[in-house]
Design a protein around this ligand. Structure first.
Ligand code: FES
Length: 406
């Protein structure tokens, strides 16, 4: 069970209790912002286990609406099925691991893999497998898309958890119970907004630098100073702002005219992308929306410059570090590493189970994993099998070799 607070609010509640009050907290060393091994551990210890804020259900108005997402090398699809549920699946065809979708989003009645024509329903079930479906012993029910846990909170925000266990080790409530009911959201009705646009920036720095920056300066974005609530005058002036950082990698700023979701997507030890989703209040005028939109863009652009410079000057980071955020990172990494040492193998919670009948053996994957851990150069190339063995950073591959039908 998660024992730490997983969100940081804007001014008014910006100092959550450290994970361990008896331990001194120190900034993370600079090597944690550039090491490939730490990046891989973060993929296993954090992004494969924690609940990740992803989007809002407003983006799925119709049956069959789907979007493609990616986080730390794991590509997945969110889709609204015929029952109105929002499902998530790894973007990996069960045949030979080709991506099931290659566009950013769309509306479909079925997912059809472009490689050899396997197709899947909106619920992930395998519908057609040309060349296989009539083979004796081939079980369609065991070859659907690989599911990912989804939680929709009371405000309609969509969260995912990549833990491949039937029940994730960390429940959403462990991480975020009550977050959607925070008093600062009073007066905001998320159903009153419409999705407006997305944008993206590719960055040449470690994702934690921007997270540090956000956690350090969150209060700067918030004008609410009354225990998390805006003053009467501010509300009257429609300046109420609620900013929240959701560990590990998301932030959201809610205003009367718009709300902005921001996801930090690690791509490597010193690269990441920032992906924004912007929603607009349905009653806001163009002018009201654009004033806020432009201000937000300016702040993001300033952050980009600051963080780029921070990566270059990592060696001189000395003070005012957001040690709480960093201590949560440290705890998760070291705890997971200890588990791996005890198990004498890497533990990849997002990796799907390997059925006995599948052709790829654990011995083969362990062999590959040992090669990559002995050869640092292989890691930068994604390991000997593109990361499917757990040895490197795949795009589609974190689960791929274990799930192919040969
Ligand atoms: S049908 Fe998808 S990889 Fe062959």
């Amino acid at each position: 069970m998660s024992m730490v607070k997983n969100y940081v609010l804007g001014e008014g509640d910006a100092s959550p209790t450290p994970a361990n009050n008896n331990s001194p907290v120190h900034p993370l060393p600079t090597s944690w912002y550039s090491s490939q091994d730490i990046h891989e551990l973060e993929r296993r210890a954090i992004f494969s286990r924690k609940w990740l804020l992803t989007t809002h259900k407003l983006r799925f108005p119709k049956t069959g609406d789907w979007l493609r997402y990616e986080i730390a090398g794991y590509a997945f699809i969110l889709v609204k099925d015929r029952q109105g549920n929002i499902n998530a699946f790894h973007n990996i065809c069960r045949h030979r691991a080709f991506p099931v979708v290659t566009e950013e989003g769309g509306t479909s009645g079925i997912f059809s893999c472009q490689y050899h024509g396997w197709s899947y329903g909106l619920n992930g079930k395998l519908a057609k497998a040309p060349g296989y479906q009539d083979l004796e012993g081939f079980d369609k029910s065991k070859n659907g898309l690989l599911p990912i846990h989804v939680h929709i909170d009371v405000n309609g925000f969509v969260w995912v958890n990549l833990d491949a266990s039937e029940k994730p080790e960390i429940s959403w409530e462990d991480d975020f119970k009550g977050i959607e009911l925070q008093p600062r959201f009073e007066g905001f009705n998320f159903e009153d907004y419409n999705f407006d646009h997305t944008s993206e920036m590719s960055e040449e720095y470690n994702w934690k630098i921007l997270a540090d920056n956000y956690n350090k300066s969150l209060g700067l974005y918030a004008v609410d100073t009354n225990d998390g609530k805006s003053t009467t005058e501010e509300i009257a002036n429609r300046l109420k702002i609620a900013s929240t950082y959701y560990f590990p990698n998301a932030a959201m700023t809610v205003l009367p005219h718009s709300f902005f979701m921001q996801r930090l997507v690690p791509a490597g030890p010193s690269t990441c992308s920032i992906r924004y989703e912007v929603y607009r209040h349905k009653n806001s005028t163009d002018e009201e929306f654009e004033i806020i939109n432009e201000t937000y863009k300016r702040i993001m652009s300033e952050d980009k410059a600051l963080c780029g410079a921070a990566q270059i000057n990592l060696h001189s980071r000395t003070k005012e570090e957001p040690v709480y955020f960093q201590s949560v990172i440290r705890d998760l990494i070291t705890e997971h590493h200890k588990r791996e040492e005890d198990a004498e193998e890497e533990i990849w919670p997002a990796r799907q189970g390997i059925p006995k009948e599948e052709a790829v053996s654990k011995e083969d994957m362990d062999f590959c994993s040992k090669l990559t851990s002995n050869d640092a150069s292989a890691l930068t190339a994604g390991g000997c099998c593109g990361g499917g063995c757990g040895g490197g950073p795949p795009t589609i591959a974190a689960t791929a070799p274990e799930t192919m039908v040969i």
